[in-house]
Design a protein around this ligand. Structure first.
Ligand code: GGG
Length: 356
């Protein structure tokens, strides 16, 4: 199989973890006789510096032609209050919107050997396995106006959703629930927000089409608490953009580190984009110690969802499991008695396991 993959390393640790994902994919390609051709393009702060915009048109054009897109991370303090007035994150939001990637799938599954890496009690974390589905192209991250008003003394952000935007993500969540335990938790803030009341109405309407799926409605504040006290209550969670962003970062505590979580941003058909849940981690960028597993597991999601390469994806996931069982850890996961190594070494050990 030959595939054209656009790589958007972005900023900070994005570049470091992307190198790891490319090495792993090259190892998969030679093991299974595939050809993955990587084309690198700019996004985020790196694109602001080079082109004055966080999302150059040539990056958009390349993504539209691609078989899949891999993204590292965007952002960093050097672009806060940048003279151009541009923010790196605008590039990420814009590429998601432009490609129509409305469904962000964030699987949260702990590796057995990382039970001790979570600050939560082992009996709480053990067995947690859920899929958070985050709406990705609407809500308060996109609504207009979003600006300072009243001579800078007031501010407005707009939470705007079209009914159809809610319907398609909720439908996707019901379909995903059917492939898992047939349990769906819809998270909203329907006691306060009109948008959440419409969201809840739509979930109830859709439920009629999926009678085999058991549905719970949980307010976002209660969901935040239950996520880390009773994670076994959840299988598929569906929620709007900002709630999903926050809850999935919180859920990473179950896996031991935010660096462990992959994600897939997809649409009904067409190109998908795969990126770790973590950001650019400016505090550790350039030190060679970033955890590459969220990025590598995102590459595995790409193989499965965009290319239908189930065995290849599983081999990567198994190799992550094995390297962790062998005791290798990046510093974010480290505990007593483990072999703490950097990004490059843990990637090499993972590849050794895949090709052994
Ligand atoms: N790899 C994810 C990333 O770079 N996150 C930084 C960020 O700004 N995220 C906002 C979002 O995911 O909506």
């Amino acid at each position: 199989m030959k595939k054209q993959i656009i790589v958007l390393p972005g900023d900070g640790v994005g570049r470091e973890v992307m190198e790891s994902a490319k090495l792993v994919l090259q190892a998969v390609a030679s093991e299974f006789g595939h050809r993955f051709v990587f084309h690198e393009h700019l996004i985020g702060g790196a694109a602001i510096d080079a082109c004055g915009t966080p999302l150059p048109q040539e990056t958009v054009d390349a993504c539209m032609q691609a078989d899949a897109v891999l993204l590292g991370a965007v952002g960093g303090p050097q672009w806060d209050n940048h003279p151009s007035g541009q923010r790196p994150e605008a590039g990420l939001l814009s590429i998601r919107k432009t490609l129509g990637l409305f469904a962000n799938l964030r699987p949260v599954k702990g590796f057995a050997s990382l039970l001790d890496a979570s600050p939560l009690k082992k009996e709480v974390v053990e067995g947690s396995d859920m899929l958070i589905i985050r709406e990705l192209t609407g809500g308060i991250y996109f609504g207009q106006p979003s600006e300072r008003t009243n001579d800078g003394n007031a501010v407005v952000d707009t939470l705007y959703y079209e009914r159809t935007e809610m319907e398609r993500i909720i439908d996707k969540a019901f379909q995903s629930a059917l492939t898992r335990k047939k349990r769906l938790t819809s998270v909203d803030k329907a006691n306060v927000l009109e948008s959440s009341r419409m969201w809840r109405e739509i979930v109830k309407e859709k439920q009629k089409q999926y009678p085999d799926v058991k549905v719970d409605h949980v307010l976002v504040d209660a969901a935040a608490m239950k996520l880390i006290t009773q994670p076994d209550q959840f299988d598929v969670i569906v929620t709007e953009n900002m709630f999903g962003d926050i809850l999935s970062d919180e859920a990473s505590v179950l896996t031991g580190s935010l660096g462990m979580l992959p994600s897939a941003s997809i649409r009904t058909d067409g190109v998908g984009m795969y990126e770790p849940v973590h950001g650019s981690a400016p505090d550790i960028a350039g030190k060679g110690i970033a955890n590459p597993f969220g990025m590598i597991l995102s590459a595995a999601m790409m193989l499965r969802h965009s290319f239908g390469l189930e065995q290849e994806a599983k081999d990567i996931e198994d190799a992550v499991d094995t390297v962790l069982e062998q005791g290798y850890r990046t510093p974010d996961l480290a505990g007593a008695g483990e072999r703490v190594v950097g990004t490059k070494e843990i990637t090499d050990r993972l590849i050794d396991n895949m090709t052994a």
